[in-house]
Design a protein around this ligand. Structure first.
Ligand SMILES: NC(=O)c1ccc[n+]([C@@H]2O[C@H](COP(=O)([O-])OP(=O)(O)OC[C@H]3O[C@@H](n4cnc5c(N)ncnc54)[C@H](OP(=O)(O)O)[C@@H]3O)[C@@H](O)[C@H]2O)c1
Length: 233
């Protein structure tokens, strides 16, 4: 009987880094988590690692830069589940480190496809399955904050600012249905993207996303968080 009340989550880009850790922490808290990854081999191996620890983790193949892949993942997901309580748009790429004065449009376009069009289509496709009380969390970055941005990685920064706009817009419409939509910044975290010099552990990087998914008051929506506290756009 308890199974009917089990929360269901889906995390994109979850075969490594912060996404993998979010899956682990949610599953430890009793959530059934769909670990989504673009590589079948890497995704299955990551899911198996958590399943071998007794966690309720399912693998689903999902390339957020590919529209057909998102639709196929939705079909597969809806054959198994009737609802999605928590959607975490985590997958992202960082492919530029240069100057906005020399930023080429191809780099910007490639970045936007994964970091913005992906989360946009994920929300558009999966929102009908999200019940009242459900939560969408977009993993953003301080680099996307108009207040904090410092010139670092312009294509990445623009993509995260746009992701934050998506958070605001979706939060307004989904508020009517009691679904919260928030952005969060994990801080500078020791992952393949963050590098070895980053001060934060992966566990710390995942913490606020898990808090937003399970513990934050449900009226908090359309906001931007780091360390469980609101930060400026
Ligand atoms: N690390 C930091 O310091 C930091 C700071 C601020 C914000 N963030 C944000 O935190 C999130 C996670 O970052 P991270 O540090 O864990 O990055 P990461 O170590 O580079 O991992 C990125 C993950 O995204 C996946 N991915 C990339 N493109 C994808 C696509 N088209 N479809 C599906 N999955 C895709 C990767 O899969 P593959 O293994 O197949 O490549 C990988 O699993 C990102 O949104 C990032 O922008 C990170």
């Amino acid at each position: 009987m308890a199974m009917a009340f089990k929360k269901i989550a889906l995390v994109t880009g979850a075969n490594r880094g912060i996404g993998f850790e979010i899956v682990r922490q949610l599953a430890i808290r009793g959530v059934r988590v769909y670990l989504a990854a673009r590589s079948k081999g890497k995704g299955l191996a990551a899911a198996e690692k958590l399943r071998s620890q007794g966690l309720d983790v399912e693998f689903i193949v999902l390339d957020v830069s590919n529209r057909q892949s998102i639709l196929q993942a939705f079909r597969e997901f809806s054959e198994k589940e009737t609802k999605l309580d928590i959607l975490i748009n985590n997958a992202a790429i960082l492919i530029d480190r240069g100057s906005v004065l020399t930023l080429d449009q191809e780099t910007l376009q490639t970045t936007m496809v994964t970091n913005v069009y992906g989360p946009l289509q994920m929300i558009q496709t999966f929102h009908p399955l999200i019940p009242k009380g459900g939560r969408i969390i977009n993993i953003s970055s301080g680099s996307g904050s108009l207040t904090e941005m410092n010139g670092y990685a312009p294509a990445y920064s623009i993509s995260k600012t746009t992701l934050n706009a998506l958070t605001r817009l979706a939060s307004i419409e989904l508020n009517e249905r009691g679904v919260a939509v928030n952005s969060m910044c994990p801080g500078w975290v020791r992952t393949d993207m963050g590098g070895e010099m980053a001060p934060r552990s992966i566990e710390q990087g995942a913490d606020t996303a898990v808090w937003l998914a399970l513990d934050a008051p449900s009226h908090l929506t359309g906001r931007f968080f780091r360390d469980r506290a609101e930060i400026p756009w």
